[in-house]
Design a protein around this ligand. Structure first.
Ligand SMILES: [Fe+2]
Ligand SMILES: [Fe+2]
Length: 214
């Protein structure tokens, strides 16, 4: 993917050192999962590097960019524009014609997951939530599980995310609820008030993310 390499270089250069390190960790973990599970390791690596390219954009810029790109902006995204950073990065790749459909799907849904996601997207979702820099105690076991059985690992990371959001009284994004329902996971009624991206992007606010989120 030579064009991918050319395209992504200057964009990675705009990321903070912290975000770049996270993206490299995610790229390497996604690639390792792909190799174990018979997926394209190259696609996995580049999708991992690209997944947070828009993560450091402001709310205003994300909303404006989503409008420019013609992306759907629902109530959740208006309230928590950070939820748009995956869809925006995926749309950039499509616009530049770099990568492929599986990579775009993986980048688009890395924050919330989505029903019907293919194996590459599941691998990236797992890697984003469990890369070694995350630093919460369950991450290593979740990684191991995903190497043994990708679906089981994906399911466990979804559950872990839902538990985290529930502890904080935060609502799950409808896409995440649908992803959980697809796997037969119970979705608790949202408590009270504010919708929040939670680890749906708030992987940042997650204590398991001592080294920060995205
Ligand atoms: Fe992210
Ligand atoms: Fe991330």
């Amino acid at each position: 993917m030579a064009s991918m390499e050319h395209w992504i270089g200057p964009r990675l250069a705009l990321l903070s050192a912290h975000r770049l390190r996270h993206s490299e960790n995610v790229a390497e973990l996604t690639r390792a999962l792909a190799e174990t599970h018979g997926l394209s390791s190259e696609a996995a690596y580049w999708a991992g590097l690209a997944h947070d390219l828009a993560r450091e954009w402001s709310r205003e810029r994300l909303l404006a960019e989503a409008r420019r790109l013609g992306l759907p902006v629902e109530e959740e995204e208006r309230r928590e524009p950070v939820l748009l950073h995956g869809p925006v990065a995926a749309a950039w790749m499509q616009e530049a014609r770099v990568g492929n459909a599986a990579m775009w799907e993986a980048v688009r849904f890395h924050t919330t997951a989505a029903p019907g996601m293919g194996p590459l997207a599941r691998a990236l979702f797992v890697a984003d939530g469990t890369e070694p820099g995350r630093g919460y105690p369950e991450a290593a076991a979740l990684r191991r599980l995903a190497f043994e059985d990708l679906t089981a690992g994906y399911r466990a990371v979804l559950e872990e995310t839902a538990r985290y959001l529930a502890r904080r009284g935060l609502r799950l994004h409808p896409r995440m609820q649908a992803a959980m329902a697809e796997l037969g996971l119970a979705v608790d009624e949202p408590r009270a008030d504010a919708y929040h991206g939670g680890r749906q992007d708030g992987r940042d606010a997650n204590p398991r993310q001592s080294s920060g989120g995205g």
